[in-house]
Design a protein. Structure first.
Length: 492
């Protein structure tokens, strides 16, 4: 979800009016333009798809709206576990148990409408703040100008001179020559919303965040799903305990998870697809989602000519204040070498403007970043992780408390999930955490505050939690970790 700030903050006066040009209107570009306008600069934003960029129009907003629909379907289907039963009656009065039906065409129409509404709201807020918005393809011309093709076929051009440039052009789904998307049967995540009905059998290639989220959503919507992972676990690189819980939920829900299985090629055959694995096995389905990463949209927009350093993958090298190798050019979002999250892009955009215009700047730190994976259950993380302790990178304690022990979880019928905290040895300072469970994205916030403010487990344990509540497990975990500091044999 993209955070929108109020444009009513007092402006800062400069000896002369500063000018800012922002290339790309995603979360990073949007926040950069808004912050610059709030600080009194003359701001021009260039965006080809619409304010909010792909994050709002084809990625974060529509995908999380789809997941919300899947969550609703699960809540209805599992209501009987709580004693809530739904029945229809025949003419004779005999009860019939109805099935949950998904109208995918209506679902997709709604979520794309929501995405467009969000984009329109963000555009209106920029206009109210005084930002000039140009629709078209932009490229950097030197170090102080952006050239925009605004006419049909790129025939009309507009040139914007600016003291500061911010590049926030995002990224696009990675495509493989051996599995070319056709928009009908072989799909990227931006093409899923054209489907009119649930796929009979969706094959998802790639078990990273995007693959796992869509596999979870379509399984819960009622589709048959096969998830192909080239690694030994779903969500490689994430907390292993969290991945184990998710795989258990996937398997219990009927999903087929093929671990250590690399997709060699994907072919459309008739009204279906065939995925050939590197060991010769084949998987047949009705549709295939390719979730094999993304590539930055940095090619051909004048970055290298301006002297901006890029990685071999095309990502823009930035420092902790989002500055590139060229002093007056900044970059934010998925096109950079920083963490590819909408929330991070937004913070990068604001940080870039604060630094460029002389406002107070707090450099970005990875340890402060909170992330969430919107599977069911959700997986939220912040700060250091257990693998950092296991590798010896830090001296810390790890404590995990299953949600099944939580009274509120029992009331809600929650069977899966946990709270895991990481604290520094000796001081007991909270330096990280993982939450697996419903609305983990909300529950992680108090842990994020503890990490940000360098609170100890004892300080967190003294905060009153409502009883019963899921957040009470955070208090319970910190109280247990107080014992750790007094007894090194606590973990057995």
């Amino acid at each position: 979800m993209v955070v929108m700030s109020s444009p009513s903050l007092p402006s800062v006066s400069f000896e002369r009016t500063q000018s800012v040009a922002v290339l790309g209107g995603g979360p990073g570009g949007y926040e950069a333009a808004l912050a610059a306008a709030q600080l009194g600069a003359e701001v021009t934003l260039v965006e080809r798809a619409g304010v909010g960029g792909s994050a709002v129009i084809t990625d974060v907003v529509p995908s999380k709206s789809l997941i919300a629909t899947a969550d609703a379907a699960v809540a209805i289907s599992e209501a009987s576990d709580l004693g809530v039963q739904l029945f229809a009656k025949t003419d004779s009065g005999k009860p019939l148990k109805p099935e949950v039906a998904i109208n995918l065409a209506a679902v997709n129409k709604r979520l794309l409408s929501l995405a467009r509404q969000q984009s329109d709201d963000m555009r209106a807020q920029l206009v109210e703040a005084g930002v000039r918005i140009l629709s078209g393809h932009g490229r950097i011309d030197g170090t102080h100008a952006v050239v925009v093709s605004t006419g049909p076929g790129g025939t009309d051009f507009d040139r914007i001179e600016a003291d500061t440039l911010v590049v926030s052009v995002g990224a696009s789904p990675r495509e493989l020559d051996s599995a070319k998307p056709d928009g009908e049967r072989i799909l990227t995540w931006t093409q899923l919303y054209d489907m009119k009905a649930l796929p009979a059998h969706l094959i998802v290639v790639g078990s990273g965040v995007t693959g796992a989220e869509f596999a979870s959503a379509y399984m819960n919507l009622g589709a048959k799903v096969t998830l192909i992972s080239s690694r030994d676990q779903v969500l490689p690189g994430e907390d292993r305990d969290a991945a184990t819980v998710l795989e258990k939920v996937f398997t219990r829900g009927g999903m087929t998870v093929l671990s250590k299985s690399r997709a060699e090629r994907v072919e459309r055959v008739g009204d279906g697809v065939v995925v050939t694995l590197s060991d010769g096995r084949t998987v047949e389905g009705s549709h295939c989602l390719m979730a094999v990463g993304s590539v930055p949209n940095t090619a051909g927009i004048g970055l290298e000519e301006a002297g901006v350093q890029l990685t071999d993958s095309g990502h823009i090298r930035v420092n902790r204040v989002a500055r590139t190798s060229v002093p007056n050019i900044y970059a934010a979002g998925d096109c950079t070498t920083f963490v590819p999250l909408a929330s991070v892009a937004s913070m990068q955009g604001r940080t870039a403007i604060f630094h460029a215009l002389g406002d107070t700047v707090i450099p970005l730190e990875r340890r402060r970043i909170t992330a969430n994976i919107f599977t069911a259950p959700e997986i939220a993380t912040v700060g250091r992780q257990e693998k950092d302790v296991e590798s010896g990178a830090i001296n810390g304690y790890v404590y995990k408390l299953p949600l099944a022990a939580n009274a509120r979880a029992k009331m809600m019928g929650i069977k899966d999930g946990f709270v895991k905290l990481i604290a520094r040895e000796g001081s007991g300072t909270v330096i990280g955490g993982v939450i697996v469970g419903p609305r983990a994205s909300e529950l992680i916030y108090p842990i994020a505050i503890a990490v940000e403010r360098r609170m100890t487990v004892d300080q967190v344990s003294r905060v009153f939690a409502v009883y019963p509540s899921l957040s009470g497990s955070i208090t319970d975990a910190t109280r247990a970790m107080h014992l750790v500091n007094r007894d090194d044999d606590f973990f057995g």
